[in-house]
Design a protein around this ligand. Sequence first.
Ligand code: S3P
Length: 449
Amino acid sequence: MMRHIIAPGGELKGEMRAGSDKSITHRAFLLSALAEGESEILSPLISADTMATLNLVRACGAKVAEEEGRITVCGGELHSPPEGKADCGNAGTLMRVFCGVAAGWNLQCVLTGDESLSTRPMRRVVWPLLEMGANMEISDSGTPPIVVREQKTLSGMHHKIKMASAQVKSALLLAGLRAQGETTVTEPVASRDHTERMLELFGVTVLREGLRAGVCGGAKLRGGVTVRVPADMSSAAFFMAGAAMTPGSDLLLCDVGTNPGRFGAVDILRQMGADVDILNVRDCGGEPAADIRIFGSELRGVEIGADAVPAAIDDLPALLVAAAAAEGETVLSGAGELRHKESDRLAAVAAGLSALGVECELREDGMVVRGRGGEKEGAVFSGGDVDARGDHRIAMAFSIAGLRAGGEITVRNCENVETSYPGFADAAKEAGLRIVCGEGDIIPPREGE
Ligand code: S3P
């Protein structure tokens, strides 16, 4: 069982690039497999989740060549994977988005996942696809496996989804490319629009009107495209939160994707009083990217409401850890979706904060964190033992707590950090976190190491 052991103290300094973007990498592999011709993906994220996507498109007939920092995918004619096996591992994005691909391209398969993915809700994507004419089956509990069977051509539809979800939106738009007529998706709040931007890069006209996005059936993806993947805002977020809550920190995070649907962590940290500079804003193949400089500051508690949740959804565990170092209460609401991620993230964060001596109140759709910033300088967290519950973001969020801890923190069940950020512990150590990781007997870092 993989553990992180973090000695107390340190500050985050220097310049680094967080791991490449997971959301964009998944889409780059999928869309280049759907496009005629060869496309190249530069600096893709190589992680367990994205490799599950690459393996699946390969199994469906895309030709893949891998080099250091560059993957080429030659797509076009896709067929059902051998014996219909489509293992999505821990990757919710792959499973949900691939449902749209399988329905649109008439690929017969059984989508399965690991223990965590097998408990995650899938009706949100299966039901609207059934309305379009897909032939899919899901268990009564609404969880995987998902069986996709042969079907006739889909019918385009105007979907109004109740909860913002880039995964659902992406699945419906991709299915819509092969449906008769127009397919549109309207969300209550804007989610990340990586799919819309990347479809445009692949030559597809995307209707975009406020909270509505749409495509016309029959539109073809044109390959021969280069997708350069920026660093992942949600991997950078652990370092942003860690630097912001630690006096003396001064960290430059280079080449971070700053898609408006992912910018919530910066907005929330700024509301908390963090000193954040966005530098060198540029276009990265249709996606905005920038360097982010962040300094340690005195933070204050804030209210994070439902409208702010989608753009910070994956970053909320790290922000809630930083909230413990703020003066006053941070109140998160409208975030019930966090209970359906790789773990119940509200429960996992509340348990982790409590284990480290921080008072919090768990609510159905959020929590209150009673910040300790005003109490004293120095330690915010006691040392202690945190269970990451096999959830990569919980593991990384509680590792950064070591920066403001009074004793050693052990985070257990960290193996799934590999799903989104292999190399996290080394990068964190390089930036100034006193972290070691390993299985079995590992030697904790010494004071000041
Ligand atoms: C993702 C969208 C988000 C996010 C997930 C990745 C994506 O989920 O939490 O980690 O790549 O589209 P929802 O769109 O379901 O909210």
